[in-house]
Design a protein around this ligand. Structure first.
Ligand SMILES: [Zn+2]
Length: 369
């Protein structure tokens, strides 16, 4: 038995040597011209070095080099080879001392997606020092701060570099400041932060509403009234109506409120506002009001089901004091309505300003499902 083993050993060693030589050859063959190969061959450190060397040979200037680098890395990410893409870009940055915002932002975006948030932040912060690259870094940095929920950082970023914010970033930072304001204790503190949020994005309905709420609490009813009527001009959110209800209750002017409510539903017919009105004010509504509302729903092409719900609700509240029917309609409403994200389609029964699925702001809208 032992003799047999000794006999087989040289055979196995010889086989190993031949296989090793073959793979060496094939590696040599493949590495002959790395730039002509597809990026899917980039799997080891050695290939990364070769690829970068050949890219440098072809590149007429650093801009060209960076563009090609980001293109290759992007296609690697699309193939699911995120680790390789990151290793490639990291190596290029190290070798060539790259400070191009496109390359650094690409890398930071990958770090953020991988949850390496401190690394993403450290990659982006140097870009803030140069005025030319600052605007590039702001959006990705805000995404990092949003994941970390470090709203104070977003606020400082805005206060230091507000001139370099793009309009999308202004909208996002305005929400971040609202989140920050929610953690403050007093209405006065909240209100002054919300002023900054409104300074960043004057059309941010959330900032208007949250500030109006503070002002109602502080007894500044005129300021709240102005904010809410501005919000009403911008948006059809039923939360405006809720706050106006609280405001007009304090002002003791219920009739004014009802006419605002009806006008609101006619101007900006939408499901949540209509349901709010039916729920809270069905006793004051007459058949003319309902006809007007149905007509504006039709013009705004609100779903057929919504119009049916309005009619059924009206019939139940006015002609049939049946507890059972009322429960049925309520059940239908709960079952059929949900907040759906206009960006990613995510559905949730409860409202939030930020979509839990895609992290976009202001994208959840009430829908019948
Ligand atoms: Zn979404």
């Amino acid at each position: 038995m032992i003799e047999l083993l000794f006999l087989l050993l040289p055979v196995a060693a010889g086989y190993g040597w031949i296989m090793g030589r073959n793979s060496e050859r094939s590696r040599h063959r493949h590495s002959h011209n790395p730039s002509s190969r597809s990026s899917s061959y980039l799997v080891s450190d050695e290939y990364i070095h070769e690829y970068l060397k050949s890219l440098k040979g072809k590149a007429t200037d650093l801009d060209f080099f960076c563009r090609q680098l980001v293109d290759t890395a992007t296609s690697l990410v699309r193939q699911g080879k995120v680790d390789t893409a990151v290793a490639l870009v990291e190596q290029a940055i190290k070798d060539e001392k790259i400070s191009s915002p496109d390359v650094l932002c690409f890398l930071a975006k990958q770090y953020t997606a991988m949850g390496l948030l401190a690394r993403a932040e450290n990659t982006l912060l140097p870009l803030l020092k140069r005025s030319k690259s600052r605007a590039h870094a702001i959006g990705p940095l805000l995404r990092v701060y949003q994941s970390l929920k470090t709203w104070t950082n977003s606020l400082s970023l805005f206060q230091e570099h507000s001139d370099d914010f793009r309009s999308d970033d202004l909208h996002i930072v305005s929400h971040h400041i609202c989140e920050y304001a929610n953690h403050e204790e007093t209405s006065a503190q909240k209100s002054s932060l919300l002023d900054i949020a409104l300074g960043a994005a004057p059309n941010n309905v959330r900032a208007m509403l949250e500030k109006a709420q503070c002002e109602i609490e502080l007894g500044h009813l005129n300021i709240a009234q102005e904010l809410l009527s501005a919000a009403r001009r911008t948006s059809g959110l039923y939360r405006i109506l809720e706050l106006e209800k609280a405001l007009y209750h304090q002002l003791n002017e219920p009739d004014d409120y009802l006419s605002i409510l009806i006008q609101f539903t006619l101007d900006k017919p939408n499901l949540s506002a209509i349901l709010f009105m039916l729920d809270n004010y069905h006793e004051q509504l007459n058949i003319e009001h309902i006809e007007d509302i149905l007509q504006s729903c039709q013009q705004a092409s609100i779903e057929k089901e919504a119009r049916q719900l309005i009619l059924r609700w009206y019939i139940i509240t006015h002609f049939e004091e049946s507890h059972f029917l009322r429960q049925m309609v309520q059940h239908d409403l709960e079952k059929h309505s949900a907040y759906r994200c206009q960006n990613c389609g995510f559905s949730t029964p409860s409202f939030s300003w930020n979509c839990p699925s895609c992290n976009q702001w202001d994208t959840l809208h009430l829908k019948l499902i």
